[in-house]
Design a protein around this ligand. Structure first.
Ligand code: SF4
Length: 389
């Protein structure tokens, strides 16, 4: 387990936590958003809140690809499976996310739809090769990390001259989401979401590099530290953010140098750029319509685009009113603020997307931190001033 165990060393974690405790100013709060669901998961899995001084407040961001997909796109996937008779291939988590009227792909399968769980888009390609008389659609979701494999699969389908394979493309872009949060009224006007810095995504940054975050640091004076998913990565990133904030700096720093460079993966970016183009806007759960935040398949690959190949009804869909996922994804509420958390809504019976995916904030709170979280709220010292942001 070399390269893993050394980033989970308990002694080193305690030392880092001690340093953070020594360096935080006693009279201010540090509001740090971890954009990525992988970080949220690591923070709770390794009990990081217990190690941090009370001045550090971690805020969960919208970086869980399952969580941010709006209900209307889930409804469209269900429509593809139920009304168009395709073999719809998707990841396990996506099968359980409720769409409108509590319908899900799992329930569609119980009604006779051919919905298959796959581990990668290559499984969907193989299904298309093995079932030439059936249309096979891959329900593609995810940030910049999962986009290159989708692009490669589309090119492979072209090389194989597959006539029965297409992609329902829902790939989204991280920088647009960060911009939207920083531009949101909660951050800019109302001050209800104080944000002092970001822990930048790990896997996404291996593809896009650290360069795209430089704009946020400069334009919004918001420090960013890109970090890996191990506990020492996260603690080190928190320490680096605390130092930047204390020194009044707003820079992009890279804690995850073992995998991330400034330019990222140039080859992967080229394949993506040759296969996809920006959508003018794309709807995100919690963030609404975000300009230039999603990808669609380029016209020269239109025959592999499920939205071109099948006529999908355009419809609006309504969130479950009691579910606080949209506010949680914007960082303005926590899972504890939802009345359904841990009672009606559990990982076994998820009401919203944040409880479905293991990277979702509600699932992470439920699995690792729900009791501890309440204790932290109860113990919060009253003399700490709010952040100046
Ligand atoms: S606990 Fe369930 S219902 Fe509440 S916000 Fe989370 S996912 Fe939605």
């Amino acid at each position: 387990m070399k390269y893993v165990d050394e980033f989970r060393d308990g002694e080193r974690a305690r030392e880092l936590a001690q340093k953070i405790g020594q360096e935080v100013a006693p009279d201010r709060l540090y509001h740090l958003m971890e954009f990525c669901g992988g970080h949220t998961h690591a923070i709770f899995r390794y009990g990081i809140p217990d190690l941090l001084p009370s001045q550090i407040k971690m805020i969960h961001g919208p970086g869980c690809p399952v969580c941010v997909l709006p209900i209307v796109r889930i409804d469209s996937a269900i429509e593809l499976a139920l009304d168009h008779g395709v073999i719809l291939c998707t990841y396990g988590d996506m099968m359980r996310v409720p769409g409108s009227r509590k319908m899900s792909l799992l329930k569609a399968r119980a009604q006779g739809a051919d919905v298959r769980m796959v581990y990668s888009i290559l499984d969907a390609l193989a299904l298309a090769q093995n079932n030439p008389d059936r249309d096979v659609v891959f329900f593609a979701i995810g940030f910049e990390t999962t986009t290159p494999p989708t692009a490669m699969a589309i090119r492979q389908a072209e090389r194989l001259k597959l006539e029965n394979f297409s992609v329902f493309c829902n790939h989204v872009l991280t920088p647009s989401a960060i911009s939207t949060i920083l531009e949101s009224p909660e951050v800019r006007e109302l001050g209800t979401l104080p944000l002092d810095g970001f822990i930048g995504p790990a896997h996404v940054s291996t593809v896009i590099g650290s360069q795209p975050y430089e704009y946020f640091a400069e334009e919004y004076q918001s420090p960013v530290v890109i970090a890996g998913f191990e506990p020492l990565d996260v603690l080190q990133a928190i320490l680096m953010l605390v130092r930047q904030i204390n020194e009044g700096r707003a820079e992009v720093e890279n804690e995850f140098t073992r995998a991330v460079t400034r330019d990222g993966n140039v080859k992967a970016k080229k394949v993506v750029a040759d296969t996809f183009e920006m959508r003018r806007e794309f709807e995100w759960r919690g963030l609404g319509l975000v300009p230039y935040s999603g990808l669609k398949i380029k016209s020269n690959y239109a025959r592999f685009d499920a939205e071109q190949r099948f006529t999908l009804k355009r419809r609006s869909a309504q969130e479950n009113k009691a579910c606080e996922c949209p506010a949680i994804l914007r960082g303005v509420k926590t899972p504890r603020d939802c009345k359904l958390f841990g009672t009606v809504c559990t990982p076994e019976n998820p009401i919203g997307s944040c409880m479905v995916s293991s990277e979702g904030a509600c699932a992470a709170h439920y699995s690792y931190g729900r009791y501890r979280d309440q204790a932290i709220i109860d113990d919060k010292p009253s003399m700490i001033k709010t952040s100046s942001t």
